[in-house]
Design a protein around this ligand. Structure first.
Ligand code: PAF
Length: 281
């Protein structure tokens, strides 16, 4: 039987625990609401490290006030899931501990951000980089694990880690999906039964674009196919989609071998995002 994980609340105590550790430390930063996607990250980290820590922190800097209020929270359930997947420690600080009075330093988004066409979410990604930098400095892991579900977030974190010479290996991990293709996400718990039935349209639309590109159709036509698929679902509204070269986030050019297709779709009042990355040849 797996042991209950230790829950550490303060950044100071977390740093001391880490400093006293023998062996390698794998780390999975999360917003909580752990699901199968997180479990697969924890299990992989356990295979590749001596000890694994998970953080559960709903970071106010990356949410709107309403999104922050509504985000599901259940630390006891998260601790249980993390422990049975093999984590030894949960770091669960409060917002006041992470951002005490007087806190003011900022991480500036790298130039790469301009290529990501996420300008309306600049505040969100700034908040993500801010908290990831803080978590990495507190936990001091050897390896950190991120899902490929948010490729923009991953690219920015990889850039930041390289730019600041962070002595940490970043390990991207494949998206975990439900049987109908919907990617696992804490947000799925917020969907009504009707919305849950509608939500796999996102993955279907990505696969439609992939099939078209692999058949040699142009990115413009593949995009029309993606849009048509989303429009056929009455509960879905496409916010944004792109077909890009995953190494630059710029539109795919003739002869490119790898492609990233990304879509953000509103299902009722909930915004879900997903992507697939594949080789063309
Ligand atoms: O992807 C997430 O879950 C969050 O953005 C992260 C990396 C834990 C930062 O709060």
């Amino acid at each position: 039987m797996k042991k209950e994980p230790v829950i550490i609340r303060s950044p100071g105590a977390m740093g001391r625990w880490s400093a006293g550790l023998k062996g390698t430390l794998g780390f999975i930063p999360t917003l909580g609401s752990l699901h199968q996607g997180h479990v697969s990250l924890i299990e992989r980290a356990c295979r590749e490290n001596d000890v694994v820590a998970v953080s559960v922190f709903v970071n106010p800097l990356q949410f709107t006030p309403e999104g922050f209020r509504k985000y599901p929270r259940n630390l006891a359930a998260d601790a249980k899931i993390a422990a049975s997947a093999g984590a030894s420690v949960i770091f669960a600080p409060s917002a006041a501990q992470m951002y005490p009075a007087g806190f003011q330093s900022q991480i500036v988004l790298p130039r790469l951000f301009a290529a990501l066409k996420r300008q309306n979410l600049e505040w969100h990604y700034r908040g993500v980089l801010q908290v990831v930098m803080k978590l990495l400095q507190i936990v001091l892991p050897d390896r950190v694990y991120f899902g490929l579900k948010d490729p923009h977030q991953l690219a920015l974190i990889e850039r930041m880690a390289a730019d600041f010479n962070l002595p940490i290996e970043i390990r991207p991990c494949p998206t975990v999906r439900e049987r109908d293709g919907l990617s696992r996400s804490s947000r799925n718990a917020l969907l009504t039964p009707e919305e849950r039935t509608a939500a796999p349209v996102i993955y279907r639309s990505l696969c439609g674009a992939k099939k078209a590109l692999r058949e040699g159709k142009s990115p413009a036509l593949a995009m029309r196919i993606l849009k048509k698929e989303v429009m056929a679902e009455p509960l879905a509204r496409l916010e944004y989609a792109e077909i890009v070269d995953p190494s630059t986030f710029l539109p795919v050019r003739q002869g490119v071998s790898e492609v990233l297709v990304y879509a953000a779709v509103w299902i009722g009042e909930k915004r879900l995002a997903d992507n697939i990355r594949f080789r063309l040849k």
